[in-house]
Design a binder for this molecule. Structure first.
Ligand SMILES: NC(=O)C1=CN([C@@H]2O[C@H](COP(=O)(O)OP(=O)(O)OC[C@H]3O[C@@H](n4cnc5c(N)ncnc54)[C@H](OP(=O)(O)O)[C@@H]3O)[C@@H](O)[C@H]2O)C=CC1
Ligand SMILES: O=C(CO)COP(=O)(O)O
Length: 349
């Protein structure tokens, strides 16, 4: 039994708290709103984000970080990527002993192009952390909180820590794998949100399953292309945090990224969409970050590029589709190259 702080009381932070609570850990959930924290403590319910779910009794909610972090062994970060740095700057004020950091957020920071584990590395001094891990995979909070079967993956540069996280979260309905490819796991989980916006957009435009399949498949190709350039193992993109999460996000009405894309395809502006959603749509900022990263590294990412033009430069979704369909003819399968070697060298025996 461990004492775990979960920072972020939105849909995913609350669902992960429920999993930890079910596993008999002592959970200290941090949120910004006093009203929400009181609802959780008094009525065992997070009305705004997961109204139908009764939370276990061993989850205690707080609004102040110093109480939340008191004597915890593990800190699970589940705030939107845009809030990660400011939250970590606060966290570092209250840690007296090193803890294991786990994050479950899916985004890339614009301008710095950093993955969330790299932001943690920058903001938390080494003497305050034992290790950094990520938990990612196809997992809508709405289904996890109803205790429906779900599989995810934990990655860390330190496999002992990844296994510790696996043991913390794993139960009969929440199965956790491990994968040492931290770059691939974080890139897959973050960039699938871009493609999910595109998949929603094709639906909004009135297109069908062919367009969705095309976008998912060619989307995965460009995610893997960038991931390999950054040093990821290509096989990770065929796993839960790549293909798995792409499927769940591009085909589910639960997905905020898909829903945002759907509204954009129907002609709403980005501002109208964000007003209506009231929840985080990570893919928007990650589209900007990934567009910049692709330009910087010289990786061809045509879908990301078109979505960037739609989201930030008023290109119409129709024009973006015309552009993508009219690209110069090419082979489907590319030579696989990543890092500084042959991908086959990176296969498990
Ligand atoms: N929902 C899901 O199924 C899954 C989500 N994720 C990832 O988890 C992360 C969190 O998403 P999710 O919980 O769904 O988001 P939600 O939109 O459901 O909730 C966002 C939460 O973050 C809080 N928040 C927003 N801005 C700040 C800030 N500046 N400082 C501190 N807290 C802030 C909100 O607080 P307040 O209510 O006070 O505004 C709220 O508690 C994202 O990276 C997402 O990609 C990953 C897997 C599944
Ligand atoms: O990452 C998710 C499921 O794995 C949730 O996706 P959305 O943020 O699009 O809802």
């Amino acid at each position: 039994m461990s004492k775990v702080a979960v920072l972020g009381s939105g849909s995913w932070g609350t669902a992960l708290s429920l999993v930890l609570g079910d596993n008999n850990h002592e959970v200290r959930l941090w949120g910004r709103s006093q009203e929400q924290v009181d609802e959780i403590n008094d009525n065992r319910c997070n009305v705004r984000y997961l109204p139908d779910v009764k939370l276990p009794d061993n989850i205690h909610a707080f609004t102040d970080l110093s109480n939340t972090l008191e004597n915890v062994e593990v800190v699970v970060l589940v705030v939107p990527t845009k809030a990660m740095r400011e939250v970590l700057k606060e966290v570092t004020k209250y840690l007296s002993v090193p803890v294991l950091f786990v994050h479950a957020s899916k985004g890339i920071e614009p301008e710095t192009h950093l993955r969330v584990s790299e932001i943690i590395e920058e903001e938390i001094p080494q003497e305050q952390r034992t290790s950094i891990a990520v938990l990612s995979g196809p997992s809508h909070a709405e289904e996890v909180s109803r205790r429906q079967p779900t599989t995810v993956t934990c990655s860390s540069l330190d496999m002992n820590s990844a296994e510790r996280v696996q043991d913390l979260f794993m139960n009969s309905v929440f199965r956790v794998y491990t994968n040492p490819d931290l770059i691939g796991v974080e890139i897959g989980g973050s960039l699938k949100n871009i493609i999910a916006i595109g998949a929603g957009m094709t639906n909004g435009l009135g297109f069908g399953d062919n367009a969705k399949a095309a976008l998912m498949t060619r989307g995965l190709a460009e995610i893997a292309r960038l991931g390999m350039k950054l040093g990821a193992n290509p096989l990770t993109f065929a796993g839960l945090t790549g293909l798995g999460d792409l499927i769940v996000t591009c085909t589910s009405v639960h997905s905020r990224n898909w829903r945002a894309g759907n509204m954009l395809g129907k002609g709403k502006t980005l501002e109208e969409v964000l007003d209506e959603m009231g929840m985080v749509v990570e893919g928007i900022r990650t589209t900007k970050a990934t567009y910049q990263l692709a330009e910087q590294t010289g990786v061809d990412m045509p879908i990301t590029k078109e979505l960037y033009q739609v989201l930030f430069h008023d290109k119409t979704p129709e024009d973006a589709v015309t552009e993508l369909m009219g690209r110069v003819k090419k082979h489907e399968v590319e030579d696989l190259k990543f890092g500084d070697g042959d991908p086959l060298n990176h296969l498990e025996p």
